[in-house]
Design a protein around this ligand. Structure first.
Ligand code: NAP
Ligand code: ZN
Ligand code: ZN
Length: 352
């Protein structure tokens, strides 16, 4: 076993604090990674606070991990010591079900093993995430980081990046389409960059007028303030596709009414019951669809990173020391992040 330092919460209301735990010793198929950077996803906040129920403690969050390979097992073929590597939301899946065979491990029928707040299949040991100094992961769930990418700004691609890239690809977003990204946060700012790079006309749909300038800088062609009913009506029935990243329960109806005939809105944020209810008329008129999407498979995560290298896309980040992680959580809750916090894990090594 490997003794590992990290930060954990002990219950749904405790702050993150230093925590020492054990990781498994690397096996022949494992990659042992020294963590350099870890992004702070809004999911980390939901999970620490038990917003979705089912949280287990102590919990070391973090699933936007970039690091350097410390050791590679005897059967590892794609990594060697010193390589830069990424780990996202999953660390294992059954490999046998139809989803796994289709490279869609995130929809594994047995249930993937998540990077934290989950249990390893073999020994039912809890998994601990990336707010820590090192991690051991089977090669299939590790991606290669193209050398062109800035490491700290690449960490958020492992979740915010793939979660927005995958539905844009699945619904074949591209030239000639009007695409709306709802919510300008960690996911939303990646959604703008990807939709733009794929050739769509991009509209940022936000509750925050003060983010309009940033939205245009990030690549949006237009900004729509969702709290302005006149502006919302002006854009009614006009969108081919909407990517909805709002983290909490909200009224879907005003957004669905933005879709044109056969348009689709994909939810990636709100996991809980959505209130008020969706009106049947909102989808019946215009044969509209409301769908959902979870991260992306490992092959697609690698393809997304390669796409980022090709199009020079990374995340806009604010780098913090791990000692400031509770402040970052508070700011994330208050919608005060431009647009992703990333923990520099050197702070854990030097100041702990
Ligand atoms: P974030 O950085 O906090 O951004 C969310 C944005 O949504 C905010 O910046 C804000 O943008 C908008 N917003 C917040 N509360 C709102 C409300 N009540 N009504 C309308 N808009 C609101 O969060 P994130 O890290 O991007 O994550 C977004 C959600 O996706 C979280 O729930 C997270 O758990 C989930 N997630 C899902 C997956 C998946 O696989 N499906 C993966 C990663 C994350 P404006 O100021 O522009 O309005
Ligand atoms: Zn995430
Ligand atoms: Zn499976």
């Amino acid at each position: 076993m490997i003794q590992t330092h990290g930060y954990a919460v002990q219950n749904a209301s405790s702050p993150l604090a230093p925590f020492v735990f054990s990781r498994r010793a690397p096996g022949p198929h494992d990659v042992h990674i020294e963590i350099l950077y870890c992004g702070i996803c809004h999911t980390d906040l939901h999970q620490c606070r038990n917003d979705w129920a089912g949280s287990t403690y102590p919990m070391v969050p973090g699933h936007e991990i970039i690091g350097r390979v410390k050791a590679a097992g005897a059967h590892v073929t794609r990594f060697k010591v010193g390589d830069f590597a990424g780990v996202g939301c999953m660390v294992d899946s059954c490999r046998q079900c139809a989803s796994c065979r289709a490279d869609l491990e995130q929809y594994c029928e047995k249930g993937p093993v998540w990077t934290y707040n989950s249990k390893e299949y073999q020994n039912q040991q809890p998994t601990y995430g990336g707010y820590s100094e090192q991690i051991v992961v089977e090669e299939r769930f590790v991606v290669k980081v193209p050398s062109a990418l800035d490491l700290k700004a690449t960490a958020p691609l492992l979740c915010a990046g793939i979660t927005t890239y995958s539905p844009l690809r699945h619904w074949k977003v591209g030239q000639g389409q009007k695409v709306g990204v709802i919510g300008l946060g960690g996911l939303g700012h990646m959604g703008i960059k990807f939709a733009k790079a794929m050739g769509a006309q991009v509209v940022m749909i936000t509750t925050s007028p003060d983010k309009a300038k940033d939205a245009l800088r990030l690549g949006a062609d237009q900004v729509l303030i969702s709290r302005d009913p006149t502006a919302m009506a002006r854009h009614g029935n006009s969108f081919h596709f909407l990517l909805n990243t709002i983290p909490n329960a909200h009224d879907l109806n005003p957004y669905v009414n933005l879709l044109k005939l056969d348009g689709t809105m994909v939810l990636v944020g709100a996991l809980t019951a959505l209130t008020p209810p969706l009106m049947g008329a909102s989808v019946i008129h215009g044969r509209r669809s409301v769908a959902g999407s979870a991260i992306g498979g490992m092959a697609e995560t690698q393809a997304m990173l390669d796409f980022c290298a090709q199009h020079k896309i990374v995340s806009d980040v604010e780098v913090i020391a791990i000692q400031d992680v509770n402040k970052a959580f508070d700011r994330l809750l208050k919608n005060d992040v431009r647009y992703r916090f990333v923990i520099d894990m050197a702070s854990l090594r030097t100041k702990n």
